[in-house]
Design a protein around this ligand. Structure first.
Ligand SMILES: [Zn+2]
Length: 242
């Protein structure tokens, strides 16, 4: 029989970077994300949509014991940060320092997602999120070039920063492909304390084709929105008959 462990020493499995369909490039309804996360054996997940927290709030209403409300925020210069334990949405496009201030004003945690990945993006900014982070994502399951995660891991170790692994799941099959094992926590403060002894595990890369599906989904949604706008404009400019 497995001996009972008190909550303070219980090790849990946490995925700190997941998306719902509130992100333009992801498919999961909040309820489906919750169900799939439990099926994958995760004890906690952070829901971190691009520039939105409504999906995360909905997921937390469904599963307050599971969900941490977060947001993946693109800062001015295109550096990305994730705020964890948020209560309010933070707008995209603000200077990185202001995003950090807004996360901390909410008693949140600054998480640096895939800090060395995707350097081919136009306008990619050399200022690393790692410089302001409380926790560094040293394994992102979608960061398909090994060197990106390896460099993040070296940088986090060099600065003795807490290290996490996350799935960055946009689709059901991605959930839990990477996660972090750590002591149970009940607050942002407890989370940060537990992160000091956390262990990135799982570490299974997602097929790079997931990016193609995400980009196609985003393009289709943008096209649908543009088409709706054009139809609305057309209705407004047609003179009333009779
Ligand atoms: Zn993401």
């Amino acid at each position: 029989m497995t001996p009972h462990r008190p909550p303070s020493t219980q090790t849990i499995r946490v995925d700190l970077h997941t998306h719902t369909r509130w992100s333009p490039d992801a498919s999961l309804r909040p309820a489906e994300l919750v169900r799939r996360a439990r099926d994958a054996g995760l004890d906690r997940i952070a829901v971190t949509d691009h520039g939105e927290i409504d999906g995360a709030l909905e997921a937390r209403t469904l599963a307050p014991d599971l969900v941490i409300v977060g947001e993946e925020i693109r800062c001015r210069g295109r550096t990305e940060l994730i705020g964890l334990f948020l209560s309010e949405r933070i707008p995209m496009g603000l200077p990185m320092e202001e995003v950090v201030d807004r996360i901390r004003d909410q008693d949140g945690v600054v998480y640096a997602p895939h800090p060395y990945a995707y350097p081919y993006r136009p306008g990619w900014h050399l200022r690393r999120a790692i410089a302001v982070a409380d926790v560094v994502e040293v394994f992102n399951a979608r960061a398909f070039l090994t060197v990106w995660n390896r460099t993040a891991d070296s940088a986090a170790r060099a600065q003795a920063l807490p290290r996490a692994a996350s799935s960055d799941a946009h689709f059901p099959s991605e959930i839990g492909r990477a996660h972090t094992e750590m002591a149970a926590f009940t607050s942002a403060c407890g989370f940060l304390a537990a992160m000091r002894k956390a262990r990135p595990v799982g570490l299974r890369l997602t097929h790079p084709g997931a990016h193609v599906v995400s980009l196609s989904m985003k393009a289709a949604r943008l096209a649908a929105a543009a088409s709706r706008r054009l139809a609305d404009d057309g209705r407004r400019t047609v003179p009333a008959s009779g």
